[in-house]
Design a protein around this ligand. Structure first.
Ligand SMILES: Cc1ncc(COP(=O)(O)O)c(C=O)c1O
Length: 503
């Protein structure tokens, strides 16, 4: 049998001969070039004809025998009969073959990616100020965590997360957020996204309905869709989530996802009566409320309204928090606070579902909180972001007129600037992107029949110079050539019809 092609040029320069021989033999078996049952030459004779050492052939043969591509017996080495030659099935277009694509559920749930990375561009929502991150104290905590690390920090995390972090967080949430919780109620997660994913999988059953705010946080919809839940959109008004009887009766929820402290993206704060009413109705309907307490740390004035969690005894509420905005998103640490009734089961299920880790970061974070660095950092950032927002408001008013409609400034890292109907937010965003801005269209978070037309302007990660230049460019994006002469005055904000549910 003529097998010189096994080492015919071109030969990869960096790969040893024995690996080349192995790869080419394997490829020949898998593609059918060497038919099943073919008796290969003895290693000595193949080595002689290829002018290589016998050991080189032996290596390739032995490896392929171990993998099941070749069979060796007393008569020699043969090509094995593989159950389904992989290449043949895809070539024949066999309809029973598994399509090489994600599941239809995944395809339906995934959001389109922006054309380019916008997270650090001016006005990108949800980006904290990396420039004032307390590198030194955080690094010291990390170093201490590494110095004191034992097997516990290097292995999988304990059920629910690092005990020291759960303890520190319980203390922090009790004093700073007024949640009377203990460490056993806390489950550490890889940020909000993992928390939502866990809630969807552990509290919902396949095909259950989850309510999402409209407009609302798109990443939450992804988590719910991937878990096989049906997402039902519920409008948001000036007091937060505003379900009607049609929603309760026509689409009874198993889960209700809300961002009551600073609704994302409108920035509305859920009123106390609305909070109490929602708890009551959820209780009657057998639904869980997932309270993403987004942005509650960065209130501009006064304390945040009381969380739904703990507002009433035994309420069906799970509370979600994250360090993504208060520290940095790449840390991937967040947490769930759960009612006693499910806390231990949830912690166990989380361990089994995720095999959680990040023991060092968790220990460092516990240290960071215990030493008071976290509270000090929050205090500092609250003032910092409030000053930044004041500057942005002033710059926007100077650029677009004092009556420009701004909302959502009671907390957080973004403002909403409403646009008149004649200027489509998505068009402005397309032009703004070309000018290097990361502003987002309110409409892109909104599902029909709701209509919202405005810009979500993040100001977390902008210094004064960027802010001034950003607003200058925003003016260009809003007052494009198309609208140069006919740009309507913005004094009335969005038309009543578009804005109604929010005002
Ligand atoms: C409403 C909302 N919740 C939570 C987060 C943070 O998510 P994570 O903790 O997964 O980084 C974001 C990020 O932008 C958000 O917009």
């Amino acid at each position: 049998m003529e097998l010189n092609w096994l080492l015919a040029p071109p030969l990869p320069e960096t790969m040893p001969r024995q690996r080349v021989l192995y790869h080419r033999l394997r490829e020949a078996v898998l593609s059918g070039r060497l038919a099943p049952g073919t008796l290969l030459p003895a290693s000595r004779s193949l080595a002689a004809s290829l002018r290589i050492a016998r050991n080189t052939v032996l290596f390739a043969y032995e490896q392929l025998v171990a993998e099941g591509c070749l069979l060796a017996d007393r008569q020699g080495t043969r090509v094995a009969l593989l159950a389904t030659p992989p290449v043949a099935s895809s070539r024949s277009g066999d309809s029973s073959a598994v399509p090489l694509q994600l599941s239809s559920r995944a395809a339906a749930a995934l959001q389109p990616e922006p054309a380019r990375e916008t997270a650090v561009l001016p006005f990108a929502p949800g980006t904290p100020d990396y420039g004032v991150f307390p590198f030194r104290s955080w690094r010291a905590c990390l170093e201490r965590a590494w110095r004191d690390a034992g097997w516990r920090q290097l292995g999988y995390a304990a059920h629910g997360g690092d005990p020291a972090l759960r303890q520190a967080l319980a203390g922090h949430l009790t004093t700073v957020r007024g949640l009377a919780v203990d460490a056993g109620q806390i489950v550490i997660t890889s940020g909000t996204q993992a928390a939502l994913d866990l809630c969807a999988r552990l509290l919902g059953d396949h095909g259950d309905t989850v309510w999402a705010e409209n407009p609302g946080y798109l990443a939450a919809r992804v988590a719910f869709g991937l878990a096989g839940l049906r997402v039902h959109d519920v409008p948001v008004d000036s007091e937060g989530l505003a379900p009607g009887e049609g929603d309760w009766r026509g689409h009874p929820p198993r889960l209700i996802m809300i961002t009551p402290s600073h609704q994302y993206p409108t920035g509305r704060v859920m009123s106390l009566p609305r909070r109490l009413a929602l708890i009551e109705r959820a209780r009657q309907s057998g639904a869980w409320i997932i309270e993403d307490d987004y942005d509650s740390e960065f209130r501009r004035a006064g304390p945040a309204p009381p969380a739904l969690f703990g507002l009433q005894p035994d309420a069906p509420v799970v509370y979600v928090g994250t360090f993504s905005k208060t520290l940095y998103p790449g840390l991937r640490l967040g947490y769930l606070v759960l009612p006693h009734a499910i806390a231990a089961d949830f912690a166990r299920a989380t361990s089994q579902a995720t095999r959680a880790g990040q023991g060092i970061e968790q220990r460092a974070l516990a240290d960071f909180i215990q030493r008071g660095y976290y509270t000090a950092h929050l205090r500092r950032m609250r003032t910092h972001y409030a000053t930044r927002q004041t500057a942005l408001r002033a710059a926007l008013k100077a650029a677009f007129g004092a009556t420009v409609e701004l909302s959502g400034g009671e907390a957080g890292l973004h403002l909403v600037m409403w646009l008149p109907q004649a200027i489509r937010d998505t068009d402005v965003v397309a032009r703004a992107e070309a000018l290097g801005l990361g502003v987002r269209a309110l409409g892109s978070y909104t599902r029909a029949p709701m209509t919202c037309n405005g810009l979500v302007l993040g100001y977390g990660n902008m210094d004064d110079r960027m802010l001034a230049e950003g607003v200058r460019r925003l003016v260009l994006a809003v007052r494009s050539q198309n609208f140069a002469d006919e740009i309507p005055p913005m004094k009335n904000g969005p038309p009543a019809a578009a804005n109604e549910p929010l005002e």
